[in-house]
Design a protein around this ligand. Sequence first.
Ligand SMILES: Nc1ncnc2c1ncn2[C@@H]1O[C@H](COP(=O)(O)OP(=O)(O)O)[C@@H](O)[C@H]1O
Ligand SMILES: [Mg+2]
Length: 254
Amino acid sequence: MSVPPPIVELQSVTKHFGDNTRPPVLDGLSLQAHPGEFIGVIGLSGCGKSTLLRLLAGLTAPTSGRVLIEDHPADTTSAERAFIFQDATLLPWLTVRRNAELLLRFRRLPAAVRRERVAQLLALARIGHLADRYPRQLSGGEKMRVSIARALVLEPSLLLLDEPFAALDELTREHLNEELLALRERQRWTAFFVTHSVAEAVFLSTRILILSAGRIAHDLPVDLPFPRTNATREHPAFHQRVVEISRLLRDTAA
Ligand SMILES: Nc1ncnc2c1ncn2[C@@H]1O[C@H](COP(=O)(O)OP(=O)(O)O)[C@@H](O)[C@H]1O
Ligand SMILES: [Mg+2]
């Protein structure tokens, strides 16, 4: 069986900010990601996680090395990518429906197709009943659902999430984790998910990267079966993986 080509490839990527007197944020980092992988990215604050995501989004360029998405440089690729941040950044003067439709409006799709896709994504994100509300009328978790729907209406091949649920309470976060995995069953994007929570990374990911000193200190498979549910969180294999990876993270930081 032939291995499918990687959707993401980093070749010896180094990223410096400003002059070269400080060590680089990313230091000769190489990486391949294949379609359908869900890659959790963890590491101490300031270790370059957001920079890695921005490179993948084509929002910043490497100082040296190459960032390829579907074989094209990240700044010229036509691969659809969507970014989800901790702050939902909804436009306060637009309804939920209009916010979710926003990015599609730049895509020259017929209005009927746009409407259909938005309605479908709002339903999948369990906020169909909130379509006519304004952001100020939503809870934090609901806002984040709108942010997810807005990203996924693009039907991205690559989904970049930078600590999206960090500001939410634990139960809401758990619900959103499960819903994100349910959405992944529908739309087979490849995900990079930055988080400070090892448990969240283990729950979501097929693979976890621990970044340290500008490099990948550990590249770890998470082979817990899907679908992952509340039962997964109570499973000894889940706890064991969380303990192991937490220990590696602590050792890396020491
Ligand atoms: N635009 C920038 N200009 C200068 N320094 C930056 C810039 N963006 C990030 N950095 C620095 O790069 C390092 C990594 O930042 P970041 O990727 O945001 O880390 P993380 O997301 O892991 O917390 C930090 O030391 C940060 O100060
Ligand atoms: Mg960050």
